[in-house]
Unconditional design. Structure first.
Length: 165
């Protein structure tokens, strides 16, 4: 899939949520595989784990902490970018609506009132459009938070599957 097609597909909030669900499913399947392999390894190691077992067990903990930290940071960054962007758009729309309202109130002729009324309706529609961005912001925050966890789970599943075979 080309990046243009992917970008166009992800412009639709429903498709963004579907993409997030698919990535979550892939992460969960990979996590299940990793948990199975590591649990078997822990059980086989018993009370006398090898140096390789101990290294894997240490890696397991380190990776979980790193992925959780990266996930939290990614979500905060995305929230900050999205929140600032949305707040800026809402403020711009508010200023335009206020200006349009006072222009409408100060209209002298019916033609001016019609033009100013249209500008006011357009700015109100812009405000509604800005507010409709909330679902897209939520999915972007969730998607950014999932990326590090997904990456760790899928790479571990591949690596451990290769070691197992």
């Amino acid at each position: 899939m080309s990046s243009l097609t992917s970008a166009a597909r992800l412009a639709n909030p429903l498709m963004q949520w579907l993409d997030l669900a698919l990535k979550t499913n892939e992460m969960l399947l990979s996590s299940g595989s990793v948990i199975r392999i590591r649990t078997e390894r822990i059980a086989k190691a018993g009370l006398a784990p090898s140096a390789a077992d101990l290294a894997e067990f240490q890696l397991m903990g380190d990776e979980k902490l790193a992925a959780a930290s990266e996930s939290g940071i990614a979500m905060v960054k995305q929230w900050h970018r999205s929140h600032f962007s949305l707040a800026n758009r809402v403020l711009q729309q508010w200023v335009q609506s206020t200006t349009a309202f006072f222009s409408l109130a100060g209209s002298v002729t019916p033609a001016q009132a019609a033009a100013h009324g249209d500008a006011f309706v357009q700015s109100a529609a812009g405000t509604i459009n800005a507010a409709s961005q909330f679902p897209g912001i939520a999915v972007r925050i969730a998607r950014e938070g999932l990326k590090p966890i997904h990456a760790a789970a899928t790479s571990n599943a591949r690596r451990l599957a290769e070691l197992e075979s």
